[in-house]
Ligand binder design. Structure first.
Ligand SMILES: Nc1nc2c(ncn2[C@@H]2O[C@H](COP(=O)(O)OP(=O)(O)OP(=O)(O)O)[C@@H](O)[C@H]2O)c(=O)[nH]1
Length: 450
């Protein structure tokens, strides 16, 4: 399959994407495909790449009628194969994680483009010169064109391969902004060739937009589409790059396309780094305020919210109630059924409380089997009803773990807040909780602030 892709993209390069009269390939996607074949199947890729390159190069290299066309085709195919193998080796060694940071673009440029493609372009040009295909004066020009075409093949295929790896077709999504951006990029290419040469530079901001907002494969496809459109049109007419000196025009065009690819890749990777940093920051921010076992808020966050509510209530005069709830005889649950079951009972209890309370209530686990509750905007009576309902439903239904019911009860102390500082308020509620325990557990003790 990959061999066929190699062959077909090689043909594409030598037909639609070639420039008359020199038959220069503007884009050599096989360089990227060969690299991936080596990375995927190792040395087995060697003969496959060789055959595909030979088959693709043979017609054009023998068409000129020069002597030893077969020999030079074999040499060219060997160079192509070695270049892909070397690029794969260097990429695996220097970019073992693939492309992660924007700085990796520089590594990719050096290890996958500059070194192996620079070397192979040097050898390929020497082979062409040796076979009489090009003159010594043309050597420099062909070297630049080959190098840019091969490097571009890698810059377009390798990131696309990385971003599609592991994805199945049904997982690909195409949000409207990506489709529209790609459409506008295509239009700007067409406009550049027919109306206004400067329109070509619109590709830069448009691709940057996809790099910032889209997924990596969006950029991969957008780049491929944009570059192919640009080069296809250029192969008919150099458009904005139709300079007085034809060869310079070709190299300028390829350099421009090369820069588009490099810059948008770097931007995409940088954006990925930023997104990852934001994701990690959000993860730790969430973790810092939550209790791992139950998913409820932790003590630190509860105290902060309580203080905020105190200040809010000072302004609005809205009443609020604070409760402390402690599981009775929880040690027995652990002792009889083990800590793991104890943990699950606590988690089940937390879920039950969340289900029974209102969304605006703030519930936290502030100790082993101790929970704290802030009920904003409630009267003492409303709070009493809600807490009683919670206590009695727990008493009757217990907590289900693995199909088994664990009957546990809660002692609760609660009071309407009076604007006292948080620590003092909690001390008072704790006294009520202690009273509930002292008076036999499984009960609610409530008080209005004095
Ligand atoms: N499984 C589990 N047990 C915990 C956790 N945190 C605290 N505990 C246990 O909770 C139990 C609390 O025991 P005690 O403080 O004696 O209280 P109690 O047995 O609930 O009795 P009273 O509170 O007096 O009704 C201890 O056995 C702790 O090991 C936890 O995260 N998971």
């Amino acid at each position: 399959m990959a061999t066929l892709c190699y062959y077909l993209t090689a043909l594409l390069g030598m037909t639609i994407l070639s420039l008359p009269p020199g038959n220069i390939t503007l884009l050599w996607l096989p360089a990227g495909i060969g690299l991936i074949m080596f990375m995927q199947i190792g040395l087995t890729a060697g003969p496959l790449v060789f055959i595909a390159s030979l088959a693709a190069n043979y017609p054009s290299m023998t068409a000129s009628g020069l002597d030893a066309g077969v020999l030079h085709t074999v040499v060219a195919a060997t160079i192509d194969t070695l270049a892909s193998g070397l690029a794969a080796l260097l990429v695996q060694r220097h970019l073992p994680q693939g492309l992660c940071k924007s700085w990796d673009t520089v590594s990719l440029l050096f290890w996958a483009c500059l070194l192996p493609m620079g070397l192979s372009s040097l050898l390929l040009c020497s082979n062409l010169w040796w076979g009489g295909y090009i003159s010594l004066e043309q050597w420099n020009y062909y070297f630049q064109a080959l190098f840019l075409a091969d490097s571009l093949g890698i810059l377009l295929i390798y990131p696309l391969y990385l971003s599609l790896r592991g994805l199945v077709l049904s997982q690909l999504t195409w949000p409207k902004f990506v489709v529209l951006t790609m459409l506008f990029a295509l239009l700007s290419v067409v406009a550049a060739f027919h109306l206004l040469p400067g329109a070509l530079y619109l590709c830069f901001p448009l691709l940057t937009f996809v790099a910032l907002r889209g997924r990596p494969y969006h950029l991969g496809f957008a780049l491929l589409l944009c570059v192919m459109a640009l080069l296809m049109m250029a192969s008919q007419d150099l458009g904005p790059f139709a300079l007085a000196d034809y060869d310079t025009g070709v190299v300028m065009l390829m350099s421009f396309v090369f820069c588009i690819a490099v810059v948008s890749l770097a931007i995409m990777l940088h954006q990925q780094e930023l997104n990852e940093a934001i994701r990690i920051q959000a993860f730790w921010r969430e973790k810092a305020i939550h209790d791992d076992l139950t998913g409820l808020y932790n003590r630190v966050h509860f105290l902060r919210r309580l203080d905020e509510e105190r200040l809010r209530s000072e302004r609005t005069k809205a009443p609020y109630v604070v409760a402390l709830m402690d599981v009775d005889w929880f040690k027995k649950v652990n002792d009889q059924h083990g800590h793991l079951i104890g943990d699950r009972v606590l988690k089940g209890l937390a879920d039950l409380m969340v289900k029974q309370l209102r969304q605006i209530d703030v519930l936290a686990r502030i100790g082993g089997e101790e929970f704290a509750l802030l009920m904003p905007n409630v009267s003492l009576n409303q709070a009493r009803q809600a807490l009683e309902r919670l206590r009695s439903s727990l008493e009757q239904e217990g907590i289900q773990v693995n199909g088994r019911t664990y009957l546990i009860t809660l002692s609760i102390g609660a009071m309407q807040a009076d604007g006292a500082p948080v620590e003092i308020l909690l001390q008072k509620v704790d006294t009520l909780l202690y009273r509930a325990k002292h008076h036999g557990r499984n009960r609610l003790e409530m008080d209005v602030a004095e």
